[in-house]
Ligand binder design. Sequence first.
Ligand SMILES: [Zn+2]
Ligand SMILES: [Zn+2]
Length: 216
Amino acid sequence: MAKARATRRTLDSFTVKSINKVIRAGDCVLMRPSDSSKPSYVARVETIESDSRGANVRVHVRWYYRPEESIGGRRQFHGSKELFLSDHYDVQSADTIEGKCTVHSFKGYTKLDAVGNDDYFCRFEYNSSTGAFNPDRVAVYCKCEMPYNPDDLMVQCEGCADWFHPNCIDMTPEEARKLEHFYCHNCSSEDKKKLRSSHATSKKTDTKVDTKRRRR
Ligand SMILES: [Zn+2]
Ligand SMILES: [Zn+2]
């Protein structure tokens, strides 16, 4: 005779008593790592289930990876709060949830007035077996042709509108902050200056100096 399978129930929500927070499918959560010296794991809750008595709650999650957990490791353009949405699914006891967090879109993150402890952002999906990213290309900026790291200070050229790292244009961050106008090397060459003054006299834009992101 076949063994009766324990009936599991799907729950719409679940209260994690230790933090007194209601968790719903779709929420992003911090989960206690087995090695307590490591930062919390971050996951998106897909579904929540319990046994037939409503006990023994388990969450089906999709893991976010931190850059250092990816095959390629952390790169210079990765933000301190950057996460990759992986293709790695798992089932965990709901007891390991130790907090809720918010994973913003890249754009949403750059528009935050202040980044809290529980604010993260994600701009890539990550294939945990191949190490590939989706999208596999992103816009690059500056002479160094790097994707944008929202933690980094950059200045915008009033000519070409590209953004530059102060370091890459032989400037200190302090100097960059004090700039009133900035034209990059290409845009400040003589020919282009003439061209610009002939038809852009009314253009009075303040140089944008921006971290795009205020650090907490
Ligand atoms: Zn640069
Ligand atoms: Zn320029």
